[in-house]
Design a binder for this molecule. Structure first.
Ligand code: ADQ
Length: 468
């Protein structure tokens, strides 16, 4: 970040996850680290839960910028993180209101934690500091900060999709959402689809008026809702993929490798993907090379019930597909639950002939962009991408599929496996251009520029919202 920008106040970033030691290369965490290194500032994130939690921040390191954690009690971790954030907001924002688990007291824990974070920020920021909140764990922090009288510029970026107007009705606190959003200066979303959904919600709020071009006004405050599609460190990922040793997969020469890399999450559409692969295997010509589909999906959020269910379903489906199609010398589907280090993922993404990135709902999906960056442009693989990944708005030269339509998804796999070199090269070149021109540095500077240029928050009659 330029010096002139650093003189205009620190950057204060809030995210639930914060690196406690060295910052791993690549990814969002690395990008935030780089931005803070340039501007100086403060990064606030959650400490590991302990039996009780006090207010305030604990420093966990300083250098070009400071890192600090806020405390979480075991009960708050259950209610705020596992409960409201991951069993209410996550399913709802991913269009799965059927998976909502509205636990008694979970919202109270969310309020407690958001208020603790807001108090900690209020006690540390100067008037020119920029506050940049990351994600759905902290939807209320800005509103709390305004209630405390802070006029700083505050932005939030939501990494997940924005719910449809119908889905959002399932949120018990739906009436509070417009006020939460309006407390920011800039609300950043991944796609134009998300901006449209947020606009739909705001249009139904009698206190909010549209000013056009993404700007809104609510009770005297002006704020923007805009899309900033997140990118990757494209050049860095390309280099690490090219450097990575070729993976030893013990496959027949010329056999196509299909690859999926995901966190194990019901939003990622893994069962639908397995079923489409099953349909493709059933329809394929026996004389053609035998493909291997390698799916890497280490479990996440295992304390949440819906995640245990998906794991069982996936294992059952994988077993029955191999039961139907495997031979003595061929296992068509390999499902790896073990965590695979990032450099090996890069090597696999380079080696893959087809990447299957087919979520049922996804804010962006960085694996799609990583696959494009990792491929060899002279003989590139094919990206199969779901319409429901935010990335599909930008990566239009992928083979776009509807993961619910098994038969056409299976035909897309066949098309990808057999795509002529010329078409693969043309598609890859177009995708690469997008991935490199809208990388993580572009995303970060676009958001921060927009936040700096936003109208400073005018004093407004903020009161504490009634929490029922
Ligand atoms: P996630 O849901 O975690 O992130 P995604 O964007 O696919 O999803 O992946 C994040 C990173 O984790 C990528 O760099 C990827 O390589 C890595 N990763 C994923 N699975 C892995 C595995 N099995 N082994 C090793 N590495 C793995 C949320 C939103 C997304 C949004 C991002 C960023 O849900 O929609 O794209 O934030 O905004």
């Amino acid at each position: 970040m330029a010096d002139t920008e650093s003189q205009r106040g620190r950057l204060v970033v809030v995210s639930n996850r914060i690196p406690k030691g060295d910052v791993p290369a690549g990814g969002l965490v690395f990008a935030l680290h780089e931005a803070l290194r340039g501007s100086g500032g403060l990064w606030i994130g959650a400490a590991a839960p302990t039996p009780t939690a006090e207010d305030g921040l604990t420093s966990i390191g300083s250098g070009n910028y400071d890192r600090a954690t806020f405390a979480l009690s075991d009960a708050e971790y259950e209610g705020y993180y596992l409960g409201y954030a991951n069993s209410v907001l996550w399913p709802l924002f991913h269009h799965r209101p059927d998976l909502l688990q509205i636990g008694e007291g979970d919202f109270d824990a969310y309020v407690t934690v958001n208020r603790r974070v807001a108090r900690a920020i209020a006690n540390t920021v100067g008037p020119d500091d920029l506050i940049w909140i990351q994600d759905y764990h902290f939807l209320m922090v800005a509103h709390e900060l305004r209630a405390m009288g802070l006029h700083n510029r505050i932005g939030i970026f939501l990494h997940i999709p924005f719910p449809s107007p119908t889905d959002i009705m399932a949120l018990p606190q739906v009436a509070m959402m417009p006020a939460w959003l309006a407390a920011h200066d800039v609300v950043g979303l991944q796609t134009t689809r998300d901006v449209t959904s947020a606009a739909e919600m705001l249009r139904h709020d009698t206190k909010t008026q549209t000013l056009g071009q993404g700007a809104w006004s609510r009770e005297g405050r002006v704020f923007s809702v805009l899309n900033f599609p997140i990118g990757i460190d494209a050049a860095g990922f390309e280099a690490s993929a090219a450097r990575a040793p070729a993976p030893d997969l013990q496959m027949a020469p010329n056999a196509p490798l299909l690859l999926g890399v995901d966190r194990l999450d019901y939003t990622k559409g893994l069962v639908h993907r397995f079923e489409a692969f099953d349909a493709y295997l059933s329809a394929r010509d026996d004389a053609s090379p035998r493909p291997t589909f390698l799916q890497i999906a280490p479990p996440s959020r295992e304390d949440v019930e819906a995640y245990q269910d998906i794991r069982e379903e996936l294992e059952r489906t994988a077993g029955s597909i191999n039961g139907a199609h495997a031979d003595l010398d061929w296992t068509p589907l390999r499902y790896v639950r073990r965590h695979v280090p990032r450099d090996r993922v890069a090597g696999l993404l380079r080696r893959a002939d087809v990447a299957l990135v087919t979520p049922l709902a996804d804010g962006m999906n960085l694996v799609a962009k990583e696959f494009v960056a990792a491929q060899d442009g002279a003989d590139p693989g094919v990206l199969i991408l779901s319409h429901f990944a935010g990335a599909s708005e930008q990566l239009k030269d992928a083979l776009l599929v509807n993961p619910f339509d098994t038969a056409s998804f299976a035909r897309a796999i066949d098309e990808a496996v057999n795509m002529p070199l010329e078409e693969r090269c043309a598609r890859h070149a177009a995708l690469r251009k997008v991935v490199f021109s809208t990388d993580i540095a572009w995303w970060m500077s676009s958001f921060i520029r927009s936040l700096r240029n936003s109208t400073p928050a005018a004093p407004a009659p903020w009161g504490n919202m009634e929490i029922s």
